[in-house]
Ligand binder design. Structure first.
Ligand code: ACO
Length: 317
């Protein structure tokens, strides 16, 4: 694993100067105290490369050893070429196929499940999965409903074929496109292209927060129950839960319904906010580097995001 967050901090008191909000409201409703924001010349691919280099270093592999690169993101540097191709170029990952996965906050877990499936099918042997977001580039800093939530960052994992019985045990992916408008960017795509909008488009992320909240808890619980059951385990067997860091109250409700105590849940939402695709891999990297994870630990990861999309994965460390 490897991860990277920009050095620039955006605190709740900074946001109090931008919109009508308060540290008390943000902290009690979301659990977020600050988030990291890219510097002026920092692109999403720069963060992805930094996280990838750290992951390669910890795996002992070189860029040319990777045969598939999957990048989960909704904030690529360019619409074309893909973020994965940009990252491939910057890393010199010359032997890899590269493609993006657009599944919002569930993007990294979609990548992990895809890596697992390709490896089990025998098509690829060493896969890098990255989750990266520069959400500050699609955030409206005059909208208090969204701007207090989001931050920038990247996390990366190297997944390799192995005969050991540890690693990815089970994964579950699901989406429901009927609810896409609960969390979306309405304009600037091919349905309402920018040229047709005379500069008036709604090009920032918009969200119906309370509706998304309800779906998030229900679906992350169901997805988690599925991966635990498929592995022949029970929630009591989970040593550590690494959830998508969207809102402390969503995490608490999800853990409670799964009967997993909050002592088993890793949290960094206070420091990084919601980094969408990057959220789970940043948290997983941090908790591993902290020394808290021991051999044979059962780690449950779960995420939910725009699409709507959701996913869970269970790994044995
Ligand atoms: N400061 C002060 N007041 C605020 C703020 C703010 N920053 N934001 C909203 N409010 C107000 C609202 O205007 C509303 O006021 P009203 O009652 O006068 O209309 C009131 O607070 C309550 O608003 P709710 O939406 O009911 O607040 P809620 O408790 O649902 O919290 C939140 C809002 C934090 C957005 C929550 O709904 C949430 O976390 N939703 C899920 C987010 C998520 O998981 N997204 C998915 C991933 S993101 C991705 O895929 C990129």
């Amino acid at each position: 694993m490897g991860s990277y967050v920009p050095s620039r901090r955006l605190t709740n008191s900074d946001l109090e100067k931008l919109v009508e909000t308060s540290d008390e409201w943000i902290t009690s409703r979301t659990g977020i105290k600050e988030r990291r924001i890219c510097g002026e010349n920092e692109a999403a691919s720069d963060m992805a490369v930094a996280a990838a280099q750290r992951a390669l270093e910890s795996s002992g592999l070189k860029p040319e050893d990777i045969d598939l690169l999957l990048v989960g993101t909704v904030t690529p540097d360019f619409r074309l070429p893909s973020q994965a191709c940009m990252v491939q170029k910057k890393l010199g990952m010359v032997n890899a196929a590269a493609m993006d996965i657009v599944a919002a906050c569930a993007g990294f877990l979609h990548g992990l499940a895809t890596a697992d499936a390709y490896i089990k099918a025998g098509q690829f042997k060493r896969v890098m999965v990255i989750g990266v977001e520069k959400l500050s580039s699609i955030t409206d800093y005059t909208d208090r409903n969204t701007c207090v939530l989001f931050g920038d960052g990247a996390g990366a994992a190297v997944v390799v074929a192995s005969d050991e019985e540890r690693g990815i045990i089970s994964t579950f992916l699901k989406s429901d496109g009927r609810y896409g408008e609960l969390l979306w960017i309405p304009d600037g795509g091919t349905e309402r292209p920018l040229q047709s909008l005379n500069g008036q488009g709604r090009v920032y992320l918009e969200m119906n927060g309370s509706e998304v909240f309800k779906h998030a808890v229900r679906q992350m619980v169901e997805a988690s129950e599925k991966v635990i059951k498929e592995a022949g385990l029970t929630p009591a067997d989970v040593t550590l839960m690494v959830p998508h860091q969207a809102n402390i109250r969503i995490i608490q409700s999800t853990a409670k319904r799964l009967a997993i105590s909050m002592e088993k849940v890793y949290l960094n939402i206070d420091k990084v906010g919601n980094t969408s695709s990057a959220s789970v891999p940043i948290a997983l990297d941090e908790v591993i580097k902290s020394g808290r994870v021991k051999r044979d630990d059962i780690i449950l990861m779960t995420a939910f995001g725009g699409g709507l999309t959701w996913a869970s994965a269970l790994i044995k460390w």
